[in-house]
Write a protein that binds this ligand. Structure first.
Ligand code: NAD
Length: 271
């Protein structure tokens, strides 16, 4: 399987499909990441808040996959905006890595007002080589403009909630205009979008599973995705999405499912 790379605004290439490990417990993480690496995933999306960075690091070491062939993303938690450098160093220690491929501010954190300070620290960490690329997550229009205005450095990605019933067209258009790549979190809508009749009919028509249809929609729209599953057959299924195409009409039918169905917290209020 050939996972396409996407070139980010800093010139680095990210594998467009990865493996997400939110809610993968300490007991499951080493086996799950090991399985994903065995299947061929080369991009892992974790976060300090997921409390599984040690297991991710262990699975990477045990896999024997050369470090330079892997893309590892982790994220700065909300309570560490004033202490980002130390938080990144802790994450690197847990992962057992000298640098991550991508370090993200996990949330802007409503009311706290420290995301610009945190971004300044990420800019310095990138200069110092601890994070090869830097970006943000759950940033809206004003958050993006604030960090860019303060530093002149545009985030490489904005990782936001996107799935067929929550498509965020305006924010994605802004990401595009600013040269920021959209990463779609909860790409399957945490499975809630998979029994939508439009999705199941397309799956039937194309002889694919609903998850494969939704992932194909993301990929053809240019989103970076990292579906989560701990079930080996599903980890495999979610990777087998490079031997078929949706038509423009199929993509438009899925676009039309947008229902403002946000699952996760609202960045304007989440703290
Ligand atoms: P997801 O949309 O990837 O859905 C995961 C759930 O869908 C699984 O628990 C499983 O129940 C089901 N599933 C997976 N594959 C399936 C298949 N082939 N068939 C049927 N059901 C299937 O949701 P997610 O885990 O919330 O999001 C993916 C990743 O996004 C996370 O692991 C994490 O890395 C990232 N994320 C980031 C943020 C953020 O704030 N930045 C928030 C949430 C998630």
């Amino acid at each position: 399987t050939q996972v396409p790379n996407i070139t980010l605004n800093d010139g680095r290439e990210i594998p467009q499909l990865g493996y997400g490990v939110w809610q993968v417990s300490g007991d499951e993480i080493v086996d799950a990441v090991g399985k994903a690496l065995e299947i061929g995933y080369r991009h892992i999306d974790t976060a300090a808040a997921y409390q599984n960075e040690e297991g991710v690091g262990q699975a990477i070491r045990e896999s024997g996959v050369p470090r330079e062939e892997l893309w590892v993303t982790t994220k700065l938690w909300n309570s560490r905006h004033d202490d980002a450098r130390a938080a990144l160093e802790e994450s690197l220690g847990k992962l057992g890595l000298d640098a991550v491929d991508l370090y993200l501010i996990h949330w802007p954190v409503a009311g706290q007002g420290q995301h610009v300070q945190a971004w300044e620290s990420l800019v310095q960490a990138q200069r110092d080589g601890l994070a090869k690329s830097i970006g943000v997550s759950n940033f809206n229009d004003h958050h993006l403009r604030e960090v860019i205005d303060a530093t002149g450095v545009t985030p490489a990605v904005n990782q936001i909630e996107v799935h067929p019933t929550f498509t965020q067209p305006e924010l994605i258009r802004l990401n595009d205009e600013l040269g920021i790549r959209t990463e779609a979190w909860s790409p399957l809508g945490q499975a809630a979008d998979l029994d939508n009749p439009v999705i199941t009919e397309l799956a039937e028509k194309l002889g694919r599973t609903p998850a494969q249809i939704v992932l194909r929609w993301h990929l053809q729209k240019g989103h970076v995705v990292f579906p989560k599953s701990v079930t080996p057959s599903r980890i495999e299924e979610n990777f087998a999405v490079f031997d078929f195409q949706l038509t423009e009409a199929d993509l438009a039918a899925i676009d039309a499912l947008n229902a403002d169905n946000r699952i996760g917290p609202d960045p304007e209020t989440f703290d």
